[in-house]
Design a protein around this ligand. Structure first.
Ligand SMILES: NC(=O)c1ccc[n+]([C@@H]2O[C@H](COP(=O)([O-])OP(=O)(O)OC[C@H]3O[C@@H](n4cnc5c(N)ncnc54)[C@H](O)[C@@H]3O)[C@@H](O)[C@H]2O)c1
Length: 320
């Protein structure tokens, strides 16, 4: 049994991670600014503690991390709209708070499990991306890159911390994980934005020409990899892409959602700059090479896009 701190533990991925860690018999403390609705089924568990507060509070973090064995650091601003509307907050949380947390973890000799992102590859055109492929980004005057840069700087910090102070870590780069509890309908990421429009019978706003591609991984498959890797000694001090290599154009993806949910909405195409303002630049293709994770833990995603979307749509329909 380990004592584990999960920052962002009341968020989408964090809530599933807390649940899995508790199932495995660990003692779990979650810190998150969110209201805790996604983890309300866990609060009666004696091994679980939820603290609704900010990871930017250094004295709180020092106090909470004192006796912990391990930290899953997920707390972050991960909403693409916020990269352009509130870049300062993105960097305060995703960069500054994270580095402070890594320092405290190092002092306490804790293993650090860090959630990074496919965004670190930027607009590298050469897909699929394996973990050591290049990062290709735009100018620092373009706010859109602040999330990618913050996460990449955290990755650098972890490699440095390991090299110079032998602090053990593991980094996950997630490629569009989706499923029940993702975001509030209409907010955050594409699945919850499309779903709100479908459920309300509104037109579906496909950004750009809809030809830009993404890959998607159902949350159960992603969490399976996360938990296996986090406790596997041979996976330590490395980065792993967590995703699937099957590409869908956004238009194709929207059409699959329509079919799976039996929805009636029509599609309309809307320019990126109308949604994100001038400073935004979309990534045309974003595809992971997942050979490394597959080989390391003999892992394969099991849930098809149709099955994953069916489960997700059912969850939001019932909640509505
Ligand atoms: N879901 C994905 O596909 C995906 C893709 C790439 C990266 N990630 C990364 O995985 C992690 C988890 O993402 P998620 O999908 O669960 O998103 P999420 O938004 O549901 O979770 C992030 C959580 O962090 C919390 N948070 C934000 N600022 C905080 C602060 N100052 N103090 C405490 N808590 C704070 C939020 O309240 C939220 O609950 C993030 O670090 C994100 O960057 C996720």
């Amino acid at each position: 049994m380990k004592k584990i701190l999960v920052t962002g533990g009341a968020g989408f991925l964090g809530s599933y991670i807390c649940e899995e860690l508790l199932k495995k018999g660990h003692r779990v403390t979650a810190i998150d600014m969110a209201d805790g609705k996604k983890i309300e089924h866990l609060v009666s568990d004696k091994k679980f503690t939820f603290i609704q507060d900010s990871v930017c509070d250094l004295s709180l973090m020092k106090h909470q991390m004192k006796d912990m064995d391990m930290i899953f650091h997920l707390a972050a601003i991960a909403d693409p709209l916020k990269y352009v509307t509130n870049p300062l907050n993105v960097m305060e949380v995703d960069l500054l708070a994270a580095i402070n947390i890594f320092k405290i973890a190092a002092e306490n000799k804790m293993k650090i499990v860090f959630s990074s992102t496919s965004e670190v590859f930027g607009r590298n055109k050469d897909v699929p991306w394996s973990e050591d492929d290049d990062r290709v980004l735009g100018a620092t005057s373009i706010n859109r890159w602040c999330y990618s840069t913050s996460k990449a700087a955290c990755e650098h910090y972890l490699f440095a911390l390991h090299k110079e102070e032998r602090v053990p870590f593991i980094i996950y780069r997630f490629f569009n994980v989706y499923g029940p509890k993702l975001d509030d309908l209409g907010h955050g990421r594409v699945v919850s934005i499309f779903l709100k429009q479908f459920l309300n019978g509104e037109d579906i706003t496909v950004h750009g020409d809809g030809k830009q591609t993404r890959t998607f991984i159902y949350v159960d498959d992603a969490i399976d990899a996360v938990i296996k890797l986090a406790f596997y000694k041979k996976a330590e001090n490395q980065v792993f892409n967590i995703g699937t290599p099957r590409e869908y154009s956004m238009y194709e993806f929207a059409k699959i959602m329509k079919k799976v949910g039996g929805f009636k909405s029509k599609f309309k195409f809307i320019e990126h700059k109308k949604v994100f303002g001038k400073g935004y630049e979309d990534i045309p293709r974003r595809v992971p090479d997942t050979t490394k994770v597959k080989k390391c833990i003999n892992w394969r995603p099991k849930i098809s896009i149709e099955e994953g979307l069916k489960r997700t749509i059912e969850y939001y329909r019932n909640r509505k």
